[in-house]
Ligand binder design. Structure first.
Ligand code: TRP
Length: 338
């Protein structure tokens, strides 16, 4: 018998534009593993509204995120690609899990503390954010959750909530494991190679990173502005002052799938960092061109995107129905019978 595939759950915020760091660090891995794993990719609009969102922008960002994931090569037949708010089980399970989660577990989350400091008024939803995240993951038989280091605490919390529920009401949830990428696999900001490329920084600082839909001229321009060091040596080095050059080389390497030696050979005749930056920019433009073309086709055909969304939501609902019913049964909710 063929071994059963691992179920891998990822939540993607529909805020800001997907960028090259998201693509190299996550999206490409989902595409590459879609035959071997059951990848669930949920566009988490219910999480997005824990901070005020402009309605038109939210709607647009959801479509765009989905279109970009499809254009990147994710196959909606192999993985499950859907919008969180289309599946009411997320909110329903979140409420139930709220009732087994002590408030103290939430007030001590560092992400809550950080985010609440930047808000004038903090919503209850922001505090409750990790419980909704736990519901996302626990609705399915999730084995693995690939996340950045900043999300580790939320996955630990998910395990704690699941454990507590299982203890109170009997074995109901499978405990998921976080998968945290190694430091080298991260793409850093082009304006600041000590900081991970991030959607929220990109929103206000256009030369921080490369949006997946950026025009070729903009990509080259952003690369030309990339922060490097005062030297001229093009080498893979972990020295702190070489972080900028290393980041550019890593991007080039990830997109061309070359070895470090081959990458350095490509830049052997470069005259300084100027040539390096243009070379990396051109590699990005070449790599994103087919993705951008597919995206334009998908975006032009609204019926196609709508039908993918509808079929995926149906599939997601069917998959989490049994788990939600088991939870309600375990807790003693009276079943509705016809
Ligand atoms: N909190 C995650 C982030 O900000 C997004 C997210 C929501 C998520 N639900 C999830 C990630 C479930 C992994 C699993 O990146």
């Amino acid at each position: 018998m063929a071994p059963t595939k691992s179920t891998v759950f990822s939540g993607i915020q529909p805020t800001g534009e997907l960028h090259l760091g998201n693509y190299i660090g996550a999206i490409r891995q989902w595409v590459a593993s879609q035959d071997d794993c059951f990848n669930i990719l949920c566009v988490v609009d219910l999480h997005a509204i824990t901070i005020h969102q402009d309605p038109a922008q939210l709607r647009d960002a959801c479509r765009k995120t989905l279109g970009l994931l499809l254009a990147s090569g994710l196959d909606a037949g192999k993985c499950l690609l859907y919008i969180q708010s289309h599946v009411t089980a997320h909110s329903e399970l979140a409420w139930i899990l709220n009732c087994v989660t002590p408030v103290g577990w939430l007030t001590r989350m560092t992400q809550f503390k950080d985010k609440s400091q930047t808000q004038e008024s903090v919503s209850t939803g922001l505090l409750d954010y990790p419980v909704l995240q736990a519901a996302d993951i626990l609705l399915f038989d999730t084995d693995l959750v690939p996340v950045g280091e900043d999300q580790r605490a939320h996955i630990e919390l998910t395990r704690d909530i699941a454990g507590r529920f299982n203890q109170l009401y009997g074995e109901t949830f499978r405990l998921p494991k976080p998968v945290i990428p190694t430091v080298g696999a991260r793409i850093m900001g082009l304006d600041d190679p000590t900081n991970k490329m991030s959607k929220s920084i990109l929103k206000d600082t256009p030369h921080h990173g490369i949006g997946l839909l950026d025009a070729p001229e903009k990509i080259i321009k952003t690369c030309k502005r990339a922060v490097t060091d005062s030297g001229s040596e093009i080498i893979f080095s972990d020295a702190p002052e070489k972080a900028g050059v290393r980041n550019l080389l890593s991007i080039y390497q990830a997109l061309t799938a070359k070895t470090e030696e081959e990458v350095l050979a490509d830049f052997a005749s470069a005259r300084g960092y100027g040539d390096l930056k243009v070379g990396v920019g051109e590699a990005i433009v070449d790599h994103l061109r087919p993705l951008q073309e597919r995206y334009r086709e998908i975006a032009a055909d609204t019926g196609y995107l709508d039908s993918v969304l509808h079929r995926s939501a149906e599939k997601a609902r069917a998959l989490c129905e049994t788990r939600l019913a088991a939870v309600k049964e375990a807790m003693g909710f009276l079943a509705e019978r016809s």
